[in-house]
Design a protein around this ligand. Structure first.
Ligand code: FAD
Length: 391
């Protein structure tokens, strides 16, 4: 069967958050845009995001909320498409939303509304969306040619918006990274991020039967720190504090956990008349930690004595509980992929490859990873809008 030839001004590979935003902006500028999505529908990750309510942006988005080998790269795109721009779009579509905590904005209803909004905007901008589009080959002569089983898509501009490797069952592929390699574009090694950590066997045997117990802690690693909830799981640690710090963790570094932020756990023992025994110590730790976890932690990390010096050492250890994770739960459980297309390869203004004119990379496939809390979508919207404004 002969291949059908179809020509566009812009072909976007991947109909997720970044790809759809790029399509809207390019379509609004009168470009003839095709989005090729290999799944049977666009935006599957949007639908499951934020527990089904989509944490679509963060009011306090700042460059410090993004991790990259070049921390300055994302500044330009983030400054040109800010949370208020996306909020204006959400409000234009009458979508109701609320701030949960720490500037994190969620839909009152469902993440479906955000996807519907993007699809409506695409339609208005005359974007053509091809789902179940399985690209077999990409070549470049005077223009890019993307071949599927039935169609050959021709375009002078190719935008790669294929996302990261997390949640393979939702359609994540390494296609974007492979394409970058095909065109000689460098990558920062991809790795799972915003991901639960696995405890080493000994720690697992000490703590994992307490799965479900949580506490507010400060988790720190590699100069970063997060004060949020930590959750004990069947295989290790999770909860927002751990997910956040996982993005900074690389083996074999330790993760340090302050179990009682800004508190002096052993303060009661400053009173000379206070009894000094295991029961009193457990009671002191139970003030700040769930009882079962307090008791267990002290069982595993007992003070060497009840002297002032030994209690001071225990206090120090409670604020610097050192964990050496055995690994992470991997891409199956990771919310995002850190690493990706090296930002040195891209123009920060347009997201276009410096090496291959007409080739753009946007969204999670690029080595810019947001903290937990709506930052990853903000980065997808911003990089998508930035490329869409220049293609
Ligand atoms: C469970 C979960 C919850 C999340 N919740 C939030 C949240 O509340 N807030 C937040 O900010 N971030 C959240 N994230 C992260 C956020 O979803 C991503 O960072 C964001 O979707 C990245 O946008 P993207 O367009 O780069 O990639 P994606 O949205 O992943 O889109 C990539 C698209 O490309 C398609 N694709 C892949 N390979 C090919 C190929 N070869 N050919 C054609 N198409 C292809 C995929 O099917 C997909 O549709 C969450 C992630 C997960 C996994």
């Amino acid at each position: 069967m002969a291949l059908v030839k179809d020509s566009f001004d812009v072909v976007i590979l991947g109909g997720g958050a970044a790809g759809l935003m790029c399509a809207i902006e390019a379509g609004k500028r009168g470009r003839r845009v095709a989005v090729l999505e290999h799944a049977d529908r666009c935006g599957k990750k949007i639908l499951i995001s934020g527990g089904g309510r989509c944490n679509f942006t963060n009011l306090h988005s700042r460059p410090e909320n993004f991790i990259s080998a070049n921390p300055h790269f994302a500044k330009s795109a983030l400054a040109r498409y800010i949370p208020a721009d996306f909020i204006a779009l959400v409000e234009k579509h009458g979508i109701r939303y609320h701030e949960k905590t720490l500037g994190r904005l969620f839909c009152d209803g469902s993440a479906r509304e955000i996807l519907q909004m993007l699809e409506t905007e695409c339609k208005a901008a005359k974007v053509e969306i091809f789902v179940s589009a399985n690209v077999l080959e990409v070549t470049r002569t005077t223009e890019f040619v993307l071949r599927t089983a039935r169609t050959e898509f021709h375009s002078p501009v190719l935008v790669v918006a294929t996302g990261g490797l997390s949640i393979p069952k939702m359609g994540a592929t390494s296609f974007g990274y492979d394409l970058a390699r095909q065109f000689g574009i460098k990558l920062q090694e991809p790795r799972p991020a915003l991901v639960p950590l696995l405890l080493a066997a000994e720690d697992r045997s000490h703590y994992c039967d307490l799965a479900g117990v949580s506490a507010e802690v400060i988790a720190s690693c590699d100069g970063a720190q997060f004060r949020e909830k930590m959750l004990i799981t069947h295989r290790g640690l999770s909860g927002p504090a751990i997910l956040q710090i996982s993005s900074y963790w690389k083996p074999p570094a330790p993760v340090l956990i302050d179990l009682a932020p800004e508190k002096k756990v052993t303060a009661a023992f400053e009173d000379a008349k206070a009894p000094r025994n295991v029961k009193a110590l457990n009671a002191a730790f139970q003030e700040f930690l769930p009882h079962r976890f307090a008791d267990r932690w002290l069982e595993v990390n007992p003070p060497s004595a009840f002297t002032n010096q030994a209690l001071a050492e225990l206090e120090r250890r409670a604020h610097r509980w050192e964990i050496r994770p055995a690994g992470t739960e991997g891409y199956e459980k990771a919310e995002v992929t850190a690493g990706g297309v090296d930002t040195d390869e891209l123009s920060a203004k347009t997201m276009e490859s410096r090496r291959v004119p007409g080739l753009f990379f946007i969204g999670e496939v690029v080595d810019v990873t947001g903290h937990l809390g709506g930052f990853n979508f903000q980065c997808a919207w911003a990089s998508g809008a930035c490329a869409g404004g220049s293609v």
